[in-house]
Design a protein around this ligand. Structure first.
Ligand SMILES: O=C(O)[C@H]1O[C@H](OP(=O)(O)OP(=O)(O)OC[C@H]2O[C@@H](n3ccc(=O)[nH]c3=O)[C@H](O)[C@@H]2O)[C@H](O)[C@@H](O)[C@@H]1O
Length: 302
């Protein structure tokens, strides 16, 4: 039979049934791996808009694993103990490709998953985003910051979709007693990201591999966008759900490199040295960079 990664044995009582929406996507599939290896029963739901079957195909046929081709905009009736609701395109070119669909996914899709959580009494974690802060007027942004979003701006379908989804989560908590968690995820990178994702890390890698200048944007004061590895998103997110931390958490652990340092490392990995190719950086320094979002890690690690 097929060879699967090693899976812990859990007794039937401990073997929670866990739904991951968007579970064939970049972050969702790493979460699926973690929960599978921890011995849980994992159901992945994905419509394969940006998710890929190959991200989870190493689990197909495993007794603890199920893959359902389903769009969360349609209601879903299954029996589960926990829900990780990650379904949504996350990179700007993807979510701006069909803004109405992005809105439906984050609003109707979230409503459906909250309805499911309410019916079966499941705890639900909603994957929100640093984009709820919009063009922040405060640096870094703590969870208590309300944000500064243009409701009709080019990113509004995603930003406002995630904002109303957060509102729905806490409405279902207050009115219906649904046990919710909201994690605001900041720029994440790692294996299984699309090469054409359009966000900065994959852009840098592509530029480095093609020997093109790396387009690095920095703030005048030397501050840069911060990144997190996928492990630093999946593990705290999982801990929040399993251990029952409550309230909104910026789901971030600071990584010791940022947008200023990362390009040098990528170039080294691509086999270049700066002396060989002195023009490999294209630094763009701006006095005030409204779009820069920096997380405040105190709550996530405190
Ligand atoms: O309109 C209202 O007045 C009511 O709206 C919701 O109730 P309801 O629309 O019946 O639906 P929920 O049970 O909250 O579920 C929301 C959605 O999730 C979907 N759902 C529900 C359960 C399920 O297992 N799966 C699933 O996809 C349903 O199709 C529904 O569209 C609220 O929960 C009620 O408090 C409110 O009174």
């Amino acid at each position: 039979g097929p060879k699967y990664p090693p899976v812990k044995f859990l007794s039937e009582k401990d073997r929670k049934r866990i739904l991951i929406t968007g579970g064939a996507g970049f972050v969702g599939s790493h979460l699926a791996d973690k929960l599978m290896m921890d011995g849980y029963e994992v159901t992945v739901v994905d419509n394969f808009f940006t998710g890929r079957r190959r991200n989870v195909d190493h689990w197909l046929g495993h007794g603890n694993f199920e893959l359902i081709n389903h769009d969360v905009v349609e209601p879903l009736f299954i029996e589960v103990d926990q829900i990780y609701h990650l379904a949504s395109p996350a990179s700007p070119p993807n979510y701006m490709y069909n803004p109405i669909k992005t809105l439906k996914t984050n609003t109707i899709g979230t409503l459906n998953m909250l309805g499911l959580a309410k019916r079966v009494g499941a705890r639900l974690l909603f994957a929100s985003t640093s984009e709820v802060y919009g063009d922040p007027e405060q640096h870094p942004q703590p969870e208590s910051y309300w944000g500064n979003v243009n409701p009709i701006g080019p990113r509004a379908c995603y930003d406002e979709g995630k904002r109303v989804a957060e509102t729905m989560c806490y409405a279902y908590q207050k009115q219906e007693g649904v046990d919710v968690r909201v994690a605001r995820i900041f720029n994440t990178f790692g294996p299984r990201m699309h090469m054409d994702d359009g966000r900065v890390v994959s852009n840098f890698i592509l530029q480095a591999l093609q020997g093109q200048p790396l387009t690095v944007r920095t703030l005048g004061d030397g501050n840069c966008l911060r990144f997190q590895r996928w492990e630093d998103v999946v593990n705290p997110g999982e801990r929040e759900v399993m251990l029952g931390y409550q309230s909104i958490v910026e789901n971030s652990i600071p990584l010791n490199w940022d947008q200023c340092r990362m390009p040098r490392l990528l170039l080294a990995l691509a086999g270049y040295t700066q002396t060989e190719r002195p023009n490999l950086f294209h630094w763009m320094t701006k006095k005030l960079n409204r779009w820069v979002r920096l997380f405040d890690p105190s709550r996530a690690i405190g």
